[in-house]
Write a protein that binds this ligand. Structure first.
Ligand SMILES: [Zn+2]
Length: 111
């Protein structure tokens, strides 16, 4: 993964100040930045670590348009389910480009 961010001068726009081969990260990181369009996808990175900081799980999820929010896709994912079921004393970090809706927030609360 490589993200390059150039210094912004008054003559440059956000659009030509970044370059990454990774569309997923581009969309996630630049959502809501002025002069960029709001993507109609939700990008979510789920990361699980043990209390000691050991990496247990890391996976990316996207919503399924008109079907499932990204959080719901994650909660239905077998790998995610296994990681949560097998390990105890874990820290789950979710990084998303949009806030969870109230229904997903409720689902996340019971994790
Ligand atoms: Zn939702």
């Amino acid at each position: 993964m490589a993200i390059t961010v150039r210094a912004v001068s008054p003559a440059t726009t956000v659009k030509d100040t970044y370059h990454s081969e990774d569309d997923f990260l581009n969309e996630l990181l630049w959502t809501g930045v002025r002069d960029t369009k709001l993507p109609n996808r939700t990008y979510l990175i789920a990361s699980i670590k043990s209390k000691d900081g050991e990496d247990i799980f890391n996976k990316r999820f996207k919503n399924e348009p008109f079907l499932k929010h990204a959080e719901a896709v994650m909660l239905c994912d077998d790998d995610f389910g296994d990681a949560v079921a097998v390990h105890h004393d874990i820290e789950i970090t979710l990084t998303l480009n949009y806030s969870p809706c109230s229904s997903c927030a409720c689902e996340l609360k019971i994790l």
